[in-house]
Design a protein around this ligand. Structure first.
Ligand SMILES: Cc1ncc(COP(=O)(O)O)c(C=O)c1O
Length: 370
């Protein structure tokens, strides 16, 4: 007898039904990828050597994260149990929100910011309270303090923040942590290497502080998907309850020690990006495109009403950039990852071409940087 056809599918939770779909744009193989804030070259050759030696037998085993967590903790100067490796910072955000956000809790989110905070918070029963950046996209410190309530449970601060590259100062983070002792203060240091300042050393003094780091940016390992959370032993106990013991795969774990050891590779890449960012910023100023100061490996620029055509023009010329127009307060803005000086020289050339082809009349948009 044929199986009966069932016409209705089970309904997910109401919060999930209300979530927006998130489709990251697909990149073209041959293009210069300046749209995901990735490392634009390659990971350390020391990592490539490890990759080449991974045996088929090694892949039969479930990954063991603890020995690698101990190495990373020593590198960061904290106890091993204070660090949990995750499948990218994305999983770190997910597990943190799962562990701490309950119905009726509030997540304070300075916006614009990294999209996945909203995505993962939307899947919980907590309320998202967005706090808009100032007009010049600076960290909304005073507004954030004013938005803290007894229900505030997590405050998520990307530092430096994406898509702008702005920062919250150490003093501001300390003040926020003190004013919201009932809340987890997540400081997402995904772009730490390009900024150079951290609050990791405050873990001992601020019990509500949680710091996230990634290997996806400066280390050039986005494809391996590795990030981490560091916090007090107490917070980490709860976080580990909801973290899969196997979410960081064995290939990634095998590569991390080599990635950490090759400090020369890392220093070189960071220095290259910082030099390229300075040159690229001058090139933008010369073309007359408005930009915001950035402490990370990307620059947000204002293109104006023709932002969609601009992005298409750039893509057609082989340079992928990211339209951020739909981010809060970012109408007409495009984010451009900073790679090497050579790559950014080419990017600036294409931007200049696009500005003249599209007749962007950039200097007139707001009349600054002209
Ligand atoms: C602020 C911020 N945090 C986290 C991530 C994602 O990091 P991962 O690749 O480790 O998931 C990004 C990626 O763009 C980011 O901009």
């Amino acid at each position: 007898m044929a199986e009966p056809v069932i016409a209705v599918s089970p309904a997910p939770r109401a919060r999930v039904r209300a979530m927006k779909e998130y489709h990251p744009p697909l990149g073209s193989r041959d293009a210069m990828r300046l749209d995901f804030n990735e490392n634009t070259v390659a990971c350390s050759p020391a990592v490539s050597r490890v990759l080449a030696q991974i045996s088929a037998g090694a892949l039969t085993r479930y990954p063991e994260r603890e020995p690698v967590e101990a190495i990373i903790a020593a590198h960061l100067g904290v106890e091993a149990a204070q660090v949990a490796l995750t499948n990218g910072v994305d999983e770190a955000i997910h597990v943190l929100f799962q562990a701490f956000l309950d119905a009726g809790d509030e997540l304070l989110l300075p916006v614009p910011t990294y999209t996945m905070y909203e995505v993962y918070a939307s899947a919980t029963d907590a309320k998202i309270v967005a706090v808009q950046a100032t007009n010049d996209f600076e960290f909304p410190f005073e507004r954030l303090l004013a938005a803290i309530t007894p229900r505030t449970k997590i405050i998520a601060i990307a530092n430096p923040n994406s898509p702008v590259g702005s920062i919250a100062t150490r003093e501001q983070i300390v003040e926020i942590a003190r004013r919201a002792p009932q809340a987890i203060i997540l400081v997402d240091e995904a772009y730490f290497h390009f900024y150079g300042k951290t609050v990791l050393d405050l873990l001992g003094t601020l019990p509500n502080l949680v710091v996230a780091r990634t290997f996806s940016k400066a280390y050039g390992l986005a494809g391996l998907r590795v990030g981490l959370l560091a916090s007090s032993l107490e917070n980490m106990r709860w976080i580990r309850r909801v973290l899969s013991p196997y979410s960081v795969n064995s290939v990634a774990l095998a590569c991390l020690p080599a990635a950490l050891e090759d400090t020369a590779y890392l220093d070189n890449y960071i220095a290259e990006v910082l030099a390229a960012r300075a040159k690229f910023e001058s090139a933008l100023d010369k073309i007359g495109i408005r930009r915001w100061p950035s402490r990370a490996n990307f620059v947000l620029v204002e293109i104006g009403p023709r932002h969609g055509e601009f992005v298409r023009h750039m893509n057609a010329a082989g340079v992928l950039v990211r339209d951020r127009s739909s981010d809060p307060g970012c109408d007409g803005c495009v984010r451009i990852t900073v790679g090497t000086r050579e790559q950014m020289r080419r990017a600036a050339e294409v931007i200049e071409e696009a500005a003249s082809t599209l007749d962007l009349n950039v200097r007139k948009i707001r009349g600054i940087n002209a």
